[in-house]
Design a protein. Sequence first.
Length: 274
Amino acid sequence: MKIARKTLAELAKIVTGDTKLSPYRSGPILVQLFNSYGGNDFYEQGFPSRGKYTEEKLLMLNETSSLRKLIDEIFDAREWIGKDLDPKVASAQLNKFLKFDGYEIVRDGDHFKVRETGAVAVHFDMPFPQSQDVNHVFIEEQVRKCDKKIDEGDFGGAITNARSLVEAVLLKTEKQLCPTPPQYDGDLIKLNKRVQALLNLDPARKEIGDTLRQVLSGLTSVVNGLAGMRNKMSDAHAADYKASKHHAKLAVNSAKTFVDFIFTVTPIRNERGN
């Protein structure tokens, strides 16, 4: 991760807490923090100002993966417990600078973490954000993992989660529409065909127009492709090919588009908690 000097200077203020947007860190605490990232300093007489010291240490971490880890630690929810401060405010201030470097700080569960801007283009809103249903929780978890793994460079893992997302949504949809669904044998393509039939979305239907048939056939190809990509490029099996970022983004964005469509056309309302 590489950021500009102006961004680095603003980050230093967040780390020290001098802008009063983030928890205050004393000299000894700052030394302890940076020593955990490879430093070997002692807080003693003649120690530089906290701001200068922090900028110097951040400059040493710039262009390394440790910089991202340090920012994630700074915005870890546990660092803010008992403080009358809001990490959302501090992250918004830092994001004003980070956006020019191609990064942003976003909420990740209870924490805020760094991610590349534009890492995943398709945004997917969960239709049941407050549900505690185990299936809903699993689906939401797969969405978060898809984005997170692309951001972290785990492209094979992102493809695996994209496939798991589609699988979970299809299983949930089939269960909603069919009280006694057949036992799932792991064949994603057959599962998709069953759901297509339940939703009257089979592209082979004669009454469907050619344009809609092409779209529905494309969605079928998305599922078929995800099944194939998972076997060839994911971390679920010995991969034939090494997945790249563009492969992972294609898989994740396609999966999100597909499941968003399925939720939209499913006639049974996805009620919170069900």
